[in-house]
Design a protein around this ligand. Structure first.
Ligand code: GLU
Length: 439
């Protein structure tokens, strides 16, 4: 089994493409198959190596690995070979219309209530007419001649049985007047040459699949299995409030853990529950393409954030040790305490600082702070210190436990909310407590 992910390096990866990548990759890995990364960069003007690099980085960030990779731009010779074969066999024909002429035709068809399909007039050009066009300086572009009277059928692994009538599709352009091969035929040639067995991609490619199946038939090759994933819906109103978009760069800047995003994207729209996974292996083990629903799903960034805290809660010290060291946290007890109190990783640093460095305590009641200082139990603080301390304070001052907690929290952490105060006292030294109350 071999699947492939074939991004066009004309922009940064978005959560939608990344979902396809994850699903292609996990599908292969769940079947002990291979995974291929292909860059669809035949459009050299729009493609950019900076996007190739960022796509590679983003895939690696998610833990995706591939057995081989290549760029379509390296294979023009091969495309040419197959192109000439298809011309010879009558599957491809030259056309001379300019963009403007095609546009006029389309507008006229629409005006007359006809579907805007290429009328194939180039098929009727005489050799003499073609020569005239070329003498005029026109360069031909080439179209694949669809078998118009067919309904292309396949049993899609996600969408079920699909029937597409080619009578509603224009003969696709396979080579442009500037000599560039378009994606549609190159992709077929690659999938055949590299023995891709399963093509998994978004449902926006369903019409392409019908066309490509006819191309595969023209090349007398084996038709792969297809799985078309329903597209994700994005709630624009929520997304537009955010600074960044839903490209992976922004997702990283928002400090979403790769496993939170992967756990979400691979289970969204499936019959499995969306749960936090901390290893890709457990996602691969439960992967089954048949679990994907054929209906589209709604992407929710707040769900991803919720999963993010759950993923953090499950991460062992070893998993994060390096990152913790970078922010100066060097013992596991702190991680095991704080991990269930954070939404994103950088909050660890904030709490570490609150425990270990100078903060600005908030003292509302100086008298109370004095009493608290005197009542502080002897010795190092630990989890049991707080209850003992509160009782001791209440012997001197008439104050409700709840109010006292708030005052102590503000004095010791400078903020109103946070992890359980009793537990925090495990990590704030006696010296720090004394200093904060004195201020
Ligand atoms: N380059 C195409 C895209 O990004 C690939 C589609 C396919 O998987 O065949 O949409």
């Amino acid at each position: 089994m071999l699947t492939r992910f074939a991004p066009s390096p004309t922009g940064y990866l978005h959560v939608g493409n990344v979902r396809t990548a994850l699903i292609c990759w996990m599908y292969a890995r769940s079947q002990n198959g291979k995974f291929l990364l292909r860059f669809d960069d035949t459009d050299l003007q729009r493609s950019d190596v900076k996007y190739v690099d960022s796509i590679i980085q983003d895939l690696r960030w998610l833990g995706i690995d591939w057995d081989s990779n290549f760029k379509q731009s390296e294979r023009f010779e091969r495309y040419n070979e197959m192109f000439l074969r298809l011309i010879k066999e009558g599957y491809i024909y030259a056309c001379y219309e300019t963009r403007e002429e095609l546009d006029i035709k389309r507008k006229l068809q629409l005006k007359h209530g006809l579907p805007p399909i290429y009328d194939r007039s180039a098929l009727f050009l005489t050799e003499q007419e073609k020569i005239c066009y070329e003498q005029e300086g026109r360069k031909p572009h080439f179209r694949f001649k669809l078998d118009r009277d067919k309904v292309v059928k396949w049993n899609d692994e996600v969408k079920g049985e699909i029937n597409i009538a080619t009578s509603h599709i224009s003969d696709p352009i396979v080579k442009r007047e500037d000599g560039i091969y378009t994606y549609i035929l190159s992709s077929v040639i690659d999938d055949i040459d590299f023995n891709v067995t399963h093509v998994v991609r978004g449902e926006d490619h369903i019409t392409n699949t019908a066309v490509q199946i006819q191309m595969i038939q023209a090349l007398k090759a084996k038709i792969q299995k297809f799985a078309h994933l329903p597209l994700l819906h994005f709630d624009d109103s929520k997304i537009s409030k955010r600074k960044g978009g839903l490209d992976i760069k922004s997702i990283k800047e928002d400090e979403i853990e790769p496993m939170a995003l992967a756990s979400y994207l691979v289970k969204l729209g499936t019959s499995d529950p969306i749960e936090a996974h901390v290893s890709v292996q457990s996602l691969i083990d439960s992967f089954d393409i048949e679990k994907f629903s054929s209906a589209s799903a709604q992407f929710s960034l707040s769900e991803v954030y919720k999963l993010n805290s759950k993923v953090l809660q499950q991460m062992s010290f070893t998993m994060v040790e390096e990152r913790l060291n970078q922010i100066g946290v060097n013992y596991s007890e702190f991680w095991y305490f704080i991990r269930s109190n954070i939404e994103i990783f950088s909050e660890v640093a904030k709490w570490w600082q609150i425990c270990k460095s100078n903060i600005e305590p908030v003292i509302f009641d100086k008298e109370l702070a004095k009493v608290a200082l005197n009542a502080l139990p002897q010795g190092d603080c630990n989890e049991n210190t707080l209850s003992e301390w509160v009782k001791a304070i209440q012997q001197t001052v008439d104050i409700k436990a709840k109010d006292l907690f708030i005052q102590l929290r503000l004095a010791l952490t400078g903020t109103k909310t946070g992890p359980k105060l009793a537990k925090l006292l495990n990590f704030i030294s006696r010296e720090n407590i004394v200093t904060r109350l004195k201020e």
